[in-house]
Design a binder for this molecule. Structure first.
Ligand code: SF4
Ligand code: SF4
Length: 234
């Protein structure tokens, strides 16, 4: 199995729901509590496994008028994870059974090497706990048989109001994540680095071209006018 996420950049509206649900679930889960610094002040900080970055794309023939693209980022659960390779204590590891990359909190010494190695900024040093934390793909939810089957999904996926996030097994060619990646030309980030991120992003669709005609050229304008006049007279 190769579990991961598909994220649709066309429908993500940057509402931060995924980031908030992630924080809520994980702060009370296996890696919690997650540190919050100055939570009610102007510059709150702390540990977030999922962050949504927003970019303004300039106007171009492909994006007339420009557009805002919201880009949620968390751990990509890379197949050749740099964070695992550099970890001196073996705290960072990739599970063989499903490919999820985790940190053993008891082995981590908070040296920060994995955070420097990760090109996606997915690692979060919890300065209060002194250990590294990261997205677990909600490993403590997705296998919880006490939950109804439909809810055995990462918190970010369950909460996304626009269904921009899909969870599944990329090793199954018939899974929704595999199908979406195929049909929408999904892509992993920075493939040239060779870490083979599992998560895939679906690019924004091109705006539909709507054919328009000059008002004077509408061929049946006359008959529509007659029909409306007839209706009014009634
Ligand atoms: S995204 Fe970063 S933290 Fe996640 S597996 Fe890849 S290198 Fe490791
Ligand atoms: S911070 Fe922890 S998980 Fe990261 S490299 Fe150091 S020991 Fe390994």
């Amino acid at each position: 199995m190769r579990l991961g996420l598909v994220i649709d950049l066309d429908t993500c509206v940057g509402c931060q729901g995924c980031a908030t649900a992630c924080k809520q679930w994980n702060t009370s889960g296996t890696t919690g509590p997650l540190t919050d610094l100055r939570p009610y002040e102007r510059d709150p900080e702390g540990v977030w496994f999922n962050r949504v970055r927003s970019f303004e794309v300039e106007s171009s023939p492909e994006t007339p008028g420009g557009r805002t693209v919201h880009f949620p980022m968390s751990c990509m659960h890379c197949e050749d994870a740099a964070c695992v390779t550099v970890c001196p204590t073996g705290a960072s590891y990739k599970r063989e059974e499903d490919g999820i990359v985790l940190v053993d909190q008891d082995k981590c010494m908070g040296c920060n090497l994995c955070a420097w190695a990760c090109p996606y900024g997915a690692r979060e040093l919890d300065s209060e706990a002194g250990v590294m934390k990261k997205c677990t793909l909600c490993v403590d939810r997705i296998y919880d048989e006490a939950l109804p089957e439909a809810e055995r999904q990462p918190a970010c996926v369950l909460t996304c109001p626009t269904h921009s996030r899909v969870f599944g097994d990329f090793d199954d060619p018939d899974s929704e994540v595999s199908r979406l990646t195929r049909e929408r030309n999904g892509t992993g980030l920075l493939p040239e680095l060779g870490y083979k991120p599992v998560n895939q992003y679906l690019p924004p669709r091109q705006p539909a071209v709507v054919e328009t005609k000059e008002a004077g050229n509408v061929s049946d304008g006359g008959s529509v006018k007659k029909w409306i006049n007839k209706l009014i007279r009634k």
